[in-house]
Write a protein that binds this ligand. Structure first.
Ligand code: AMP
Ligand code: GLY
Length: 429
């Protein structure tokens, strides 16, 4: 018997997509959100005024509201032990324990794990001080990659073309303490196409979801700084169900086995960021949660009961015999960001056209950084919203996503114009 009252923790577009997919469950659960966002509230979901990182308040609210299942979206509460605290209070939850979530929380730890089980990844060294960094930069080969060893939502990664850029980056990390990290990973630069492959895990096995591709850079043509993600699409040409299964066997399952062996079974979603290099797939990073904006492209295609799958993931061995059914459609997701993102964001700009876009057939509008202000919906963050469209071809999905996005407008909007063009070209060729 599925949970009747489900609480989704988080405030982003990912959580809006989770809320909508959970409400499509045949068991028709009541869904609450903490803290949710303006779009989730406009869907008629009760939003609790609790910070997504306030573990104590999440547990207290889940108890007070008689919630029988909690779905934790973002990494911060997972790393802070939200699922452990809920378990202690006797409340079932989707997501890894704090110990298992370290795979995302510490790049040094995740590199150690990959090495222990032989998952292919970029060669790296840990830099523990500015002096140590400068020594290594003198003999590194370029381009090279520098990553702050903190949770930085994909923003603490610098691809340095030469030693001068690398020196500027380590100065930003160690002297300006831009991301608050005390350690930095210096990593071999990998070439190839990126694929995000998420797998549901029940502590024993990893079941792959549909693959997606994320656009990390702020500007068209993959230029400018890294962001949390400016768009995505699913599936990915060249990564069919068979390859996804094989990738899950080689990059997810060994980690699930090793964490179980170490006594920290991984429950939840294990997200592998992969680079498909000429020498084969290599792991760029693991995350311990759903991707954003990958989730906004993947979940609208899911035909299986999401609530049942998430509950099965929370149960040891619960995914045995479960399969995931996907609509044959393509999904394209466009992120609308506010002026200044990713360095800053602008607030309070009125957003027009939301309802008109959301009402279009095959289109969903997911809110992220939005707020209600005097009857209007206004911008309230860097990534403001995401528009997902479904279509029978990548081109149809993309054209519909851009047509729906044209109906939406706000001052200073940043919207890439080339999302999914690679998939469109490939499939049309
Ligand atoms: P991460 O947070 O580690 O996934 O890094 C964010 C983004 O930086 C990735 O999605 C890639 O676009 C890029 N990146 C990270 N590591 C590498 C690497 N070793 N080689 C090339 N690009 C990378
Ligand atoms: N889209 C990248 C992430 O969720 O980390």
């Amino acid at each position: 018997m599925s949970a009747q009252r489900v609480l989704v923790v988080g405030a982003g577009g990912r959580e809006h997509a989770l809320v909508r997919a959970l409400r499509r469950s045949p068991s028709a659960p009541e869904v609450l959100a903490a803290p949710g966002n303006a779009g989730i509230a406009r869907d008629g979901v009760r939003c609790l005024e609790i910070g997504a990182e306030d573990v104590e308040a999440i547990v207290a609210a889940a108890r007070a509201e008689g919630v029988d299942f909690v779905v934790v979206g973002p990494e911060a509460p997972l790393v802070a032990g939200a699922v452990d605290a809920l378990a202690e209070a006797g409340i079932a939850a989707f997501g890894p324990s704090a110990e298992a979530a370290r795979i995302e929380g510490s790049k040094a730890y995740s590199k150690e794990l990959m090495k222990a089980v032989g998952v292919p990844t970029a060669a790296h060294v840990m830099l523990r001080s500015h002096e140590e960094a400068r020594e290594h930069l003198a003999c590194a080969s370029y381009p090279t990659v520098l990553k702050a060893d903190v949770l930085a939502a994909g923003k603490g990664v610098i691809i340095a073309a030469n030693e001068r850029e690398a020196r500027e980056a380590v100065e930003m990390f160690f002297v300006d303490k831009r991301f608050g990290a005390t350690e930095v990973v210096l990593e071999e630069h990998l070439d190839g196409e990126e694929v995000s492959l998420l797998a549901l895990c029940d502590g024993e096995r990893a079941v792959p979801m549909a693959p997606a591709q994320d656009y990390k850079r702020i500007f068209d043509g993959d230029r400018g700084p890294n962001t949390g993600g400016m768009g995505s699409y699913s599936p990915v040409p060249g990564v069919d169900a068979e390859l996804a299964e094989e990738l899950a066997r080689t990059v997810h399952q060994p980690i699930v086995d090793e964490l179980a062996r170490r006594g920290n079974p991984f429950h939840g979603v294990l997200y592998a960021g992969l680079m498909m290099t000429p020498a084969g797939p290599k792991v760029l990073e693991y995350n311990a949660r759903f991707g954003d904006p990958e989730t906004q492209a993947v979940l609208p295609r899911l035909r299986s009961d999401l609530l049942e799958l998430l509950e099965a993931s929370a149960t040891p061995g619960g995914l045995a015999g479960k399969t995931l059914e996907w609509a044959p459609d393509w999904a394209v997701t466009l992120v609308h960001a506010s002026r200044g993102y990713p360095e800053s964001s602008s607030k309070g700009d009125v957003i027009a056209g939301l309802d008109e876009a959301d009402a279009m057939d095959g289109v969903e509008v997911f809110h992220a950084g939005t707020a209600e202000a005097g009857g209007d919906v206004v911008t309230a963050g860097g990534r403001v919203l995401a528009v997902t469209a479904l279509g029978t071809t990548p081109g149809a999905a993309r054209d519909l996503a851009y047509a729906a996005s044209e109906k939406i407008g706000f001052d200073g909007r940043q919207l890439r114009s080339d999302i999914a063009s690679r998939a469109v070209e490939r499939v049309e060729a």
